[in-house]
Design a protein around this ligand. Structure first.
Ligand code: FAD
Length: 596
């Protein structure tokens, strides 16, 4: 069975040394009383829950999957999932970052980011149940009426109810403008919803007393397309105004999907047969309201792959130190043994360091985004809020797509370290790879993230958000420009920054002539930007490691070696990506459709 050790040292490094997060958070009125000891204690407890309670259930969930009783529409989760969820609620974890007005503890989102990274490492399928509740909480907190908030939020905060997001239908996935579920207004102000949703994660299960579905549907007079979509809250059991649960609402699970990975999470076909719902936000503005949940979920999906990258790395590194095969090309390294451990071989190290560099770079980026979100929601100065919001908007598609692409590469490379044993179930590596695959698809495929980044976040605002990130990079380069020891990091960072600026301008010009140029370049462009962001964080981490190299803590030597690996072996892929992005649309569209 795979092992998992919470990466507390690196989480604390990013929090305290790289981001200097506690003093930044203390400047926000709502977190003025936070101290480093509290933050560390939360990480340690979260790590225990993830490694001791959740990790042992990961292979169980994979082997058993979820079971539907067609007669009652009830879904049973794998053995142990329900008890683990009860312990999660008992521990107060669902309420950690929620508003004290609804029973929350009001701690920073940054701590939740760390909690969920560790939960995802331990058990992605289980973690999706509480993960979706947070999105539903955030959506109702922003767009719900005071009555809806009073009815639903205390339960989502406590965790005795969970949430879902119901967008997808058989004919509508990426293109939500095609959705058909209908909502008919009723005399009492509620709506009757009829239609079918598919692929709904955590749509039905036995972990919580009630499920709060957030459903996209059309009003009878709605305009066509995405401008005619409204958002509704549709509870499994209709809450009684004074407390307690009333009637079972006809929103039921008709079937469970049989799928490649995340078997422990129920992926449900949901039938709405005249289910009662209530409008959330304005009529026909449902997509904008749902975006609160979708943006949270996009960061959450990046975090899923970050978790898998870390746990896959840990297991592959341990295996590579034990497994004996062949001698090092440069002569035996373990002459007392029949062969050397495979970690002596350069290519095995390349696979391990790839995963390590992606895990640690991804952690720095994801935690930075969470801190920005804390600043966006907690700063008392409008400019600071806007700057943070702009950076989060720019970085969200990068977190979603770059971290999940990297997670797929890393889990595959870590499986490869095990040779044939990686392909065999008992080692757990093939589960990490299978679980990681969905992360490139849901919450908007990675292609959709790339179109969002290049089309909306960069070209549509004339590069303003990109320039905000560019200013951070430029300030760091200015600061370190005279530091000889940092040239190996600063020079390639500066070079890539210039290339991204030029590439963005070139693609903007081409897009004016032919909008398909955006679609042709977007996925390469996102990966180049992902590397720019990683190079910035890796350079900053290298600076800290260089300064503390003589501290006697081997952590800094490992950090510096990983930074050097990243710049030498991973960053150079940007040269090929830029060439490919610049080659334009012609090679893609030249072939006649009939010839495919
Ligand atoms: C396990 C699982 C869990 C899920 N959980 C949920 C959930 O909880 N709630 C929910 O609502 N949905 C959920 N989904 C649905 C998921 O979000 C969709 O599958 C996803 O958005 C893609 O939609 P689609 O499958 O219809 O693919 P399509 O939209 O048909 O896309 C097919 C391909 O075409 C590409 N494509 C489409 N449009 C464009 C374009 N304009 N430019 C370039 N390429 C394009 C896509 O990138 C993709 O590669 C889940 C799916 C799965 C498999």
């Amino acid at each position: 069975m795979p092992q998992y050790t919470p990466p507390l040292r690196d989480l604390k490094f990013v929090m305290h040394e790289l981001l200097e997060a506690v003093p930044r958070l203390q400047r926000l009125p709502r977190h003025a009383d936070l101290d480093a000891a509290t933050a560390d204690a939360v990480l340690e407890e979260a790590g225990k829950f993830a490694s001791e309670v959740l990790a042992p259930l990961n292979p169980v969930g994979d082997a058993q999957g979820c079971k539907l009783d067609p007669a009652t529409h009830a879904v049973r989760t794998p053995d142990g999932f329900k008890d683990a969820y009860a312990a999660f609620v008992e521990g107060g974890w669902p309420s950690m970052i929620c508003d004290p007005a609804f029973g929350g503890q009001g701690l920073p989102l940054l701590l939740n980011q760390c909690l969920f990274e560790m939960l995802n490492s331990a058990n992605q399928a289980w973690t999706m149940y509480p993960g979706l509740s947070h999105g539903a909480y955030a959506c109702l907190l922003t767009h719900g009426t005071p009555e809806q908030q009073a009815l639903y939020l205390p339960h989502l905060v406590k965790g005795d109810w969970t949430g879902t997001m119901c967008l997808t239908e058989p004919q509508c996935g990426t293109d939500l403008g095609l959705l058909r579920t209908r909502a008919e207004p009723q005399a009492d102000g509620s709506y009757r919803l009829t239609g079918q949703k598919i692929f709904i994660s955590a749509g039905e299960h036995d972990l919580a007393d009630n499920i709060v579905h957030l459903v996209l549907a059309r009003l009878p007079d709605a305009p066509h397309g995405s401008k005619g979509i409204s958002l509704f809250v549709v509870p499994k059991f209709i809450p009684k105004p004074g407390g307690g649960l009333g009637a079972r609402n006809p929103i039921t699970c008709g079937a469970l999907e049989h799928k490649m990975g995340i078997h422990g999470n129920a992926t449900c076909q949901m039938n709405l047969d005249g289910a009662t719902g209530w409008l959330v936000g304005q009529p026909n503005k449902g997509l904008a309201a749902m975006f609160v949940m979708m943006n949270a979920a996009r960061l959450g999906v990046g975090n899923q792959s970050l978790g898998l990258t870390e746990v896959a790395y840990q297991n592959a590194a341990a295996y590579a130190k034990e497994r004996l095969q062949m001698r090092a090309l440069s002569g035996p390294k373990a002459p007392d043994k029949p062969a050397d451990p495979i970690i002596v071989h350069p290519d095995v190290r390349k696979m391990l360091l790839t995963a390590r560099a992606y895990a640690e770079g991804g952690r720095a980026l994801a935690m930075y985004c969470a801190l920005l979100l804390d600043e966006e929601h907690g700063a008392d100065d409008a400019d600071a809020q806007r700057d943070a919001a702009d950076l989060v908007a720019l970085l969200t598609p990068i977190v979603k797509a770059f971290l999940t692409d990297n997670g797929w590469i890393a889990t595959s490379q870590c499986l490869q370290v095990f040779g044939g044993h990686g392909y065999i179930r008992e080692w757990g590596m093939e589960q990490f790879l299978r679980d990681a695959r969905i992360n490139l698809i849901y919450e908007g495929t990675n292609t959709v993230q790339a179109l969002d980044l290049l089309g909306r976040k960069v070209l549509a605002d004339n590069g303003a958000k990109l320039k905000k990130f560019g200013k951070l990079v430029a300030a760091f380069i200015d600061e370190e420009g005279v530091n000889e020891a940092m040239q190996e990091f600063v020079n390639p960072l500066a070079d890539l920054g210039d290339k991204v600026t030029k590439l963005s301008t070139e693609l903007g010009m081409k897009a004016l002539a032919n909008p398909d140029e955006v679609g042709a370049a977007a996925t390469d462009y996102l990966r180049v930007c992902g590397h720019l962001v990683f190079a910035y964080f890796w350079a900053r981490m290298a600076k800290i490691a260089l300064a503390k190299l003589d501290s006697g803590d081997p952590f800094y030597a490992a950090k510096l070696a990983t930074a050097r690996f990243y710049f030498a072996k991973l960053l150079p892929e940007t040269a090929g990506l830029i060439r490919s992005a610049r080659s334009g649309v012609q090679p893609l569209m030249a072939m006649d459709e009939a010839l495919f």
